[in-house]
Design a protein around this ligand. Structure first.
Ligand SMILES: [Fe+2]
Ligand SMILES: [Fe+2]
Length: 268
């Protein structure tokens, strides 16, 4: 019988983006069906690769070498969607990686429900971005992409609380800060498909930040740690930058991130 960890490994070792996300959707559906039938799949155990399989293109460049394009031009809009597609593909791997890499830590089944759902949604987000790129005459892989995206995963490969602090509660929360301006940009440029796709992403990302916050607090409770102090310590250990305001305080609050978690880590 296939375990949830086997499914995660299958996604992580599939290189092509459309294929990776198709498998991710199929595995998420299988997990949900087993849960609905009252016969949840075993979590199992797996050793995920330190870096997931990725397609030959896009070329991955140091962020300093990724060409900057004006956001107001058609080429700039394609570059922006391409960057978001790349983030979404990383996010698919990140959510399956957290399932497989820390499968030795016992959790209620709701923990796996949350990350499977997040991975399923990221897979949709990637495909939405690919569809928008193709509509604009481009495709994922046509431009170079950011090489540093998986760094947070490698840095926190041995520390689940560090992973929760940095990935959903810092990086995905950052998405909540920047997405409204992106939606506005595509609205002004009259690209309704991109507006609709980014609105879906924006709505669903609140949930991913909330899952991070929920399970971070859960682990603090289990270990009798102060959540705010622990969050600050872990972000300072594993995140190699400061947090940049302005923050989307409303959506962060909705996701269970209070201001005293992120303001002390900010520079502006
Ligand atoms: Fe996403
Ligand atoms: Fe996400």
């Amino acid at each position: 019988m296939i375990t949830l960890s086997d499914m995660a490994l299958d996604v992580l070792t599939t290189a092509d983006g459309r294929e990776k996300t198709a498998r991710s959707h199929a595995h998420a559906a299988a997990w949900r069906a087993a849960r609905a039938a009252g016969a949840p799949l075993d979590i199992g155990a797996a050793v995920p690769p330190l870096r997931p399989a990725r397609p030959a293109r896009p070329a991955l460049l140091d962020p300093r070498d990724v060409p900057k394009r004006k956001p107001g031009s058609p080429q700039g809009r394609i570059a922006l969607l391409h960057a978001v597609a790349h983030i979404e593909l990383n996010a698919v791997d990140l959510h399956w990686d957290i399932i497989a890499r820390f499968s030795d830590v016992p959790f209620p089944l709701g923990y796996y429900d949350d990350w499977v759902r997040a991975a399923d949604e990221e897979s949709k987000h990637f495909n939405l971005m690919c569809d928008c790129l193709e509509e604009l005459g481009s495709h994922y892989g046509a431009l170079p992409a950011h090489a540093g995206m998986w760094r947070a995963a490698e840095d926190t490969a041995g520390d689940l609380m560090g992973r929760l602090a940095v990935v959903p509660m810092v990086l995905e929360a950052r998405g909540l800060d920047v997405t409204p301006a992106m939606i506005q940009l595509f609205r002004s440029a009259k690209v309704p498909s991109a507006v609709a796709a980014l609105e879906t992403i924006y709505a669903e990302e609140v949930g991913h930040v909330a899952y991070g916050s929920k399970w971070f607090n859960f682990l603090c409770g289990r270990k009798d740690l102060d959540p705010k102090e622990t969050f600050h310590r872990l972000v300072r250990t594993y995140f190699h930058s400061t947090l940049k305001p302005p923050f989307n305080e409303e959506k962060r609050a909705e996701a269970g991130l209070p201001p005293d978690f992120y303001w002390p880590l900010a520079t502006g």
